[in-house]
Design a protein around this ligand. Structure first.
Ligand SMILES: [Zn+2]
Length: 455
């Protein structure tokens, strides 16, 4: 079943894209034959099967670093708070480094702390490695599977090759991308973004901890020994190029579970933009200031948030506010002087995101004038991630493996609702993703759960 798709991984199907030689791993997820849910899939590729119990055990063992938010009495019934480049993240990274070396990999760390573990192939073919990439950092109230499952499944794939003496034609390996979540240093997928040339390294290094302006990504990379010497680049002459990038990830939504499918073959990722709006008014006494004499930024912000929801709904898009800030010295009987809020707009088409953005801005200008003396506002664009279509050859390889494992009725083509490092890698090498279901579609939550039966 799916996670094992990372394990039997290993038939190289070749893909020749844009005149450039590349290769794709044919992942076929096959669970341990001793398990009830094991498959007896035909030998499409290597015939290797991963050990799902070992994968499950390893995943939870490594969640000792950053375990938080207990929700049940079972040993694994906690969520995670393993923010990028914290002490717990550094512990997980050290474990990863040891583990991949034990599996015969060389390890390269670049200037953003991205960790590239490479297991050499037969040496007959000279090409950059094919990577299985994801991330070990989590949200502050995250779960045990987002990102972590992708890295652990990749480890299990290499373990399976190693114990079977399986040698690939091409170099294969794993990437642990730094600060994918953007939760501590507020730019998501920032390090794959630098690798892909979309974000300048200095800008990424200067990102400050959201709660501690004195701490930057660079200072934390230095502190933990992950400021590597290798350039963070896909350029073969200076950095670490990849021939292909495959990312296994929990779906983080309810579509697969509702459709009773085991695998999502991901065709691309939807477009999204993140903004921060700052609305400025004037402090005033709530008992003595008539409504028409007020300049109330919190009221205006509330209306703006509600309006963005309406506009998104009319366009079949998504608009969400995750952070609202008012001054810390706010008081019940004082109108707040300032309010800031974030806005996250998403849709599979860039043009719809642009339209929703425009209509939101128009209506926000209107709202700013509606009540009392009005308010002023400004905004910043924090992230702009256009829609992405993944590589057709890579998708075909995953489809073939999925057909083989669960049959044509067992999987579904899907678009990723979330951003992933694969969005950036796809601009530099053939890329796709494999989704596995997660319970009730819950993610970015301590109770996030993905059943080993779906691996
Ligand atoms: Zn993730």
């Amino acid at each position: 079943m799916p996670v094992s798709m990372l394990a039997r991984a290993v038939d190289m199907s070749r893909a020749v894209a844009a005149g450039r030689q590349c290769q794709t791993l044919r992942w076929s997820f096959g669970a341990s034959p001793t398990r009830q849910f094991s498959t007896s899939s035909p030998r499409l590729s290597s015939g290797l099967k991963i050990n799902a119990d070992r994968l499950n055990k390893t995943l939870h063992e490594t969640c000792q670093w950053g375990a938080a938010h207990r929700y049940g009495s079972g040993p694994t019934q906690t969520g995670m708070a393993r923010l990028a480049l914290t002490d717990d993240d550094a512990r997980a990274r050290r474990w990863f480094a040891e583990e991949v070396k034990r599996l015969g990999c060389s390890l390269t760390v670049d200037q953003m702390g991205n960790m590239f573990a490479k297991r050499p192939g037969s040496g007959n073919i000279k090409a950059p490695m094919i990577a299985m990439g994801s991330h070990l950092d989590t949200q502050p109230r995250g779960g045990r599977y987002d990102g972590i499952l992708g890295v652990m499944a990749a480890i299990e794939a290499l373990r399976t090759m190693e114990e079977n003496g399986y040698r690939t034609n091409f170099d294969v390996g794993i990437v642990n991308w730094t600060n994918e979540e953007g939760a501590r240093f507020p730019k998501s997928m920032v390090s794959s973004g630098v690798w892909a040339g979309a974000i300048p390294v200095e800008k990424a290094w200067d990102l400050a901890d959201v709660f501690d302006p004195a701490t930057t990504m660079k200072s934390e990379l230095q502190k933990h020994g992950y400021l590597g010497e290798m350039a963070c680049s896909s350029d073969a002459s200076t950095g670490v190029p990849l021939s292909a990038h495959f990312e296994l990830h929990i779906e983080q939504g309810p579509i697969l579970e509702r459709a009773n499918k085991k695998i999502g073959v991901v065709s691309g990722a939807q477009a999204y933009k993140w903004f921060t709006f700052t609305v400025v008014g004037r402090d005033a006494h709530t008992g003595t200031t008539p409504l028409e004499a007020r300049s109330d930024p919190l009221l205006a912000a509330a209306k703006m948030i509600a309006r963005s929801h309406t506009i998104a709904k009319e366009h079949g898009a998504l608009a969400s506010t995750g952070i609202v800030k008012i001054p810390v010295n706010s008081s019940t009987n004082t109108i707040a002087s300032q309010t800031s809020f974030t806005l996250d707009i998403r849709h599979p088409e860039d043009s719809v995101v642009a339209e929703v953005e425009k209509l939101c801005l128009d209506s926000f200008h209107q709202i700013a004038k509606e009540d009392g003396r009005g308010v002023s506002f400004s905004w910043t664009l924090d992230t702009d991630s256009p829609a992405v279509k993944f590589d057709k050859e890579c998708i075909r390889a995953v489809e073939a493996a999925a057909d083989n494992l669960v049959g044509p009725d067992g999987w579904l083509p899907v678009t990723s609702g979330a951003g992933h490092d694969s969005v950036y890698t796809s601009s530099k090498c053939p890329t796709t993703m494999i989704f596995v279901p997660c319970r009730d579609g819950v993610s970015h939550h301590p109770e996030e759960y993905c059943s080993p039966e779906d691996w």
